[in-house]
Design a protein around this ligand. Structure first.
Ligand code: ATP
Ligand code: MG
Length: 573
């Protein structure tokens, strides 16, 4: 029987974000002959982070939805900070996220010659001039938000003199900082970006691709607009800080009278609580060895998130859910963690591991006997099947699953109390063995052979099920318990005289070497993910080997986002 809808569904387009609405409009008016071409333009001066993921999902996502294309373009116009290590990591990370640029990988540096020709064109048209003011003087002449700037004394140079100087700048005749090529726009513009901005500067530095061929490098705004045009980009999506640069973006294209111009559209960048997304600060964390590298599992980099156990699916889902806005905001990092839990809850096999073991001896279980129990791999999805887990007379359980003197309503193991060992038997604690310091070393229990599989035939109730591993079959593992890198929701919020480092969480990594895992985990390969039952989601570290197992905790099981959502929605789904 068909259900009657209780509410009229909104038309499909009303849920569309403002960027897709703009593109829809362009499609209708047949702008760019219906083509949609976007680009993702990282500067190879650091590893990609979760903020970039938002931009990647948007640019590649939009291209796919409109049967368009998305280019990967390295915006490598600043030779001082860029490096091939970053170029390579960026490609790996975009691919890992699930996107592909086919044969459209470009470098802004490939356009240096073309960009130079454009600049000569601007000079010939009287739209750019060589300026000899120092950086300091340029600042003085620029004016302020409330006062107009002053014309540079070099603004009226002749085309011939400008061309000659510009060519000699290229030839390396002049030292760094001595001259710039500036756009001749308007020193009185209310938009400071239009007060004769620099288009080129001299920088005698080796570029990671062009070597020493150039000592003249284009400025970002100029290079970006023209690179977009060269690649025939239709929609140039970028973050809000470029909004005030848009008039300059447009000026570059108009001044050169270029046809079929791309349109820049800005969206809000992603900010996350407890997280820093400034490449400069992330680099500082790496070079200062506050983390183990760009892929430290506490880093918000794609490489770090991957090693932490994040899946591309979870990250894409997160980017979908945060949507697009025109105003900056801060997203709760709990939403990101929630997206990972949701994904892993469906897909991660569940296994048993004991983080802080205490030995259990089943006094009535035959010495030397081993049984194998069928353990379901993922109750959320029967297609995951089941596995065999060995059981024997000596086991480990979590020390925390036992109390000598149980608090009220404590249902786990305590003297005389019966608990269920997951998939196995009901057991009762008879006797506690301690060493000379009073530390519990052994819990002597009896098991009920009639409860094989975990159910009592007489129907008696047991309130608690705990996890375990067989002492002799289980394997030791190193477990890295990661937590948020910063202890403050806003890591940049610091008292006078301090910096973000003072907000580092001293407990963001706790290494435990006491862990015992079920034997099947010896086969775990790098980045295989698991739910350690009752403990959280864990991932095999890339450094893990069968001889030395290493698991990273991705997230604990407790979901603070689900709680937030429930509260704000009044418990309604
Ligand atoms: P930089 O300070 O080095 O310029 P950046 O974070 O802007 O750093 P880019 O390599 O220039 O880094 O960024 C590539 C693309 O990713 C740009 O289009 C940028 O707008 C986008 N991007 C960067 N950070 C975020 C973020 N937090 N949220 C959304 N998009 C972002
Ligand atoms: Mg940038």
């Amino acid at each position: 029987m068909e259900e009657t809808p209780t509410a009229v569904l909104p038309p499909e387009t009303s849920g569309r974000d403002f960027i897709r609405q703009i593109i829809d409009g362009d499609q209708e008016s047949d702008k760019h002959a219906g083509r949609v071409a976007t680009r993702f333009p990282p500067e190879p001066n650091g590893y990609l982070h979760i903020g970039h993921a938002k931009s990647i999902c948007l640019n590649f996502g939009v291209a796919a939805e409109y049967q368009g294309t998305c280019n990967l373009r390295f915006d490598d116009t600043n030779p001082l900070k860029e490096d091939v290590e970053y170029v390579e990591s960026i490609q790996e990370d975009v691919h890992w996220l699930g996107f592909d640029w086919a044969d459209r990988m470009y470098y802004a540096s490939d356009y240096f010659e073309k960009l130079y020709e454009f600049a000569e064109q601007l000079i010939k048209d009287g739209k750019a001039y060589v300026c000899d003011l120092s950086a300091e003087e340029v600042r003085e002449y620029r004016g302020t938000l409330t006062e107009p700037g002053k014309d540079s004394p070099y603004r009226q140079r002749s085309v011939e003199e400008n061309l000659d100087l510009f060519r000699r700048m290229r030839g390396g005749e002049f030292p760094d900082g001595s001259r710039t090529l500036r756009a001749r726009i308007d020193m009185a513009s209310p938009n400071i970006n239009l007060r004769d901005p620099a288009l080129y500067r001299i920088r005698k530095a080796t570029h990671h691709r062009t070597g020493d061929r150039w000592c003249l490098y284009p400025m970002y705004d100029y290079a970006h607009a023209l690179s977009d045009w060269i690649e025939r980009i239709t929609h140039s999506l970028c973050t809000l800080e470029f909004e005030d640069h848009r008039p300059l973006y447009d000026w570059c294209l108009e001044a050169l009278n270029l046809p079929d111009r791309p349109r820049q559209i800005e969206f809000a960048r992603l900010n996350l609580t407890y997280t820093l997304l400034s490449k400069r600060k992330l680099l500082h964390l790496v070079t200062g060895k506050y983390v183990s590298g760009w892929d430290d599992p506490r880093m918000p980099t794609i490489a770090g998130l991957r090693r932490r156990g994040y899946t591309p699916e979870a990250i894409r889902e997160f980017c979908d859910r945060i949507g697009l806005a025109k105003r900056d905001s801060v997203v709760d990092v709990a939403l990101l963690e929630h997206c990972l839990r949701e994904d892993l809850n469906r897909r991660a096999p569940r296994v048993m591991a004991v983080l802080d073991p205490v030995k259990v001896v089943l006094t009535n279980y035959p010495e030397g006997q081993v049984e194998e129990f069928d353990a379901v791999n993922n109750p959320e999805d029967p297609s995951h099947g089941s596995r065999k887990v060995p059981f024997s007379r000596e086991l480990y359980i979590e020390r925390d699953d036992f109390r000598e003197i149980p608090p009220p309503k404590y249902h786990r193991l305590s003297p005389g109390q019966e608990v269920r060992l997951r998939w196995a038997y009901l057991v009762r604690l008879d006797e506690i063995v301690k060493d000379e310091n009073g530390t519990v070393t052994e819990l002597r229990c009896t098991y009920d052979p009639a409860t094989r599989g975990g159910d009592a035939p007489d129907g008696r109730k047991v309130k608690s099920t705990i996890h375990w591993v067989s002492a002799s079959h289980s394997l030791p593992a190193e477990v890295r318990l990661y937590d948020r890198l910063f202890s403050s929701p806003d890591p940049d919020d610091v008292p006078e005289g301090k910096d973000f480092l003072s907000n580092l969480n001293p407990e963001s990594l706790v290494v435990s070497t006491t862990c015992r895992v079920e034997p099947g985990l010896s086969q775990a390969k790098a980045l295989d993910f698991f739910q350690f039952e009752r403990l959280g989601y864990f991932v095999a570290d890339p450094d893990s080997t069968p001889e030395r197992l290493i698991f990273n905790r991705s997230v604990a099981l407790r979901d603070s986002w689900a709680k937030i959502e429930k509260k704000t929605r009044g418990g309604k789904p």
